[in-house]
Ligand binder design. Structure first.
Ligand SMILES: Nc1ncnc2c1ncn2[C@@H]1O[C@H](COP(=O)(O)OP(=O)(O)OP(=O)(O)O)[C@@H](O)[C@H]1O
Ligand SMILES: [Mg+2]
Length: 271
């Protein structure tokens, strides 16, 4: 079977995101670092994808390219059939370092994008508050980032990303800093944002995570990347019915997938 990275890529507007033989080299000469080495995959409109792989394998770099913050050294990234040349309102990004504005409160941070879009004060207040509640920060609207714990900052950044209602959500370890129970609650919130009340997929999500459980619980497919220089090692389809229910975690078939991804990641150690 040819490796996924060598597959010819079929261009189609229905494919929301196409990553086509992408290489990324940072720096030049002796200090050059190859972060990504020929990555190809396609994401359908409405899919939930997780990217998982060892630290430094290029997950953030790849997400930045889909977002339009980095350009590939070779190859191409297409969103809705068009080459990505810059960031756009169709793509909402939640950064690994949260990137909250320190001079704005929780409310101000979550409302920021809505204000830029020119949404009236009362409406943006309502939208922001519903997302602040969803991430469990009700009552903290007037706090500044330096008054929040790491997990609370992360939840604020997640609320800000959701509030903008972009079609494509690019999430870089969105739940890395929250405690285990909050993490499970927020995974269900992320699923709810993605999966609307009529059981339709509303958004395309690319979720970078170090949590194997999270990747199996939330994803339609998991893209497993090998250690730097990043390549696609395997793409795993997760077949469980939607919406995923918390009890799923206790089922043997679910645990079989968790063990499979675990063993794959473990196989990288020592290479
Ligand atoms: N702006 C940059 N300049 C130089 N090297 C960079 C830059 N950004 C990333 N790199 C390098 O590219 C490689 C991939 O980094 P990246 O941040 O994409 O990894 P990651 O998979 O997101 O890791 P982590 O799981 O630790 O967040 C690393 O070796 C990193 O040092
Ligand atoms: Mg990263």
């Amino acid at each position: 079977m040819p490796s996924p990275s060598s597959e010819a890529v079929h261009r189609s507007a229905k494919r929301d995101i196409v990553v086509d033989r992408v290489h990324k080299v940072f720096g030049a000469g002796e200090s050059a670092t190859t972060a990504l080495d020929g990555i190809s995959f396609q994401i359908e409109d409405g899919e939930f994808i997780s990217l998982i792989g060892p630290s430094g394998c290029g997950k953030t770099t790849l997400l930045y390219m889909i977002a339009g913050f980095h350009t590939p050294s070779a190859g191409e990234v297409l969103v809705s059939g068009q080459p990505v040349t810059s960031p756009g309102a169709d793509r909402g990004m939640m950064f690994q370092e949260y990137c909250l504005f320190p001079w704005l409160t929780v409310q101000g941070n979550v409302e920021f994008g809505l204000r830029i879009k020119g949404i009236a004060k009362s409406e943006r207040h309502e939208i922001a508050n519903s997302h602040i509640r969803r991430v469990g920060l009700d009552g903290f609207q007037n706090r500044y980032p330096h008054q929040l714990s790491g997990g609370m900052k992360q939840r604020c950044a997640l609320a800000r990303c959701f509030a903008n209602d972009a079609n494509i959500l690019l999430l870089d370890e969105p739940l890395g800093a929250v405690d285990a129970m909050t993490r499970e609650e927020l995974q269900d919130e992320i699923q709810d944002i993605w999966w609307d009340d009529d059981n339709r997929r509303r958004k395309t999500v690319v979720n970078v995570t170090h949590s194997i459980d999270e990747s199996v619980y939330l994803s339609d497919r998991i893209i497993v990347m090998s250690p730097r220089p990043g390549r696609v090692r395997e793409i795993i389809e997760i077949p469980f019915e939607r919406p995923r229910r918390p009890e799923l975690r206790f089922e043997p078939e679910y645990q079989r997938f968790v063990a499979y991804v675990h063993d794959l990641l473990k196989s990288f150690k020592g290479h």
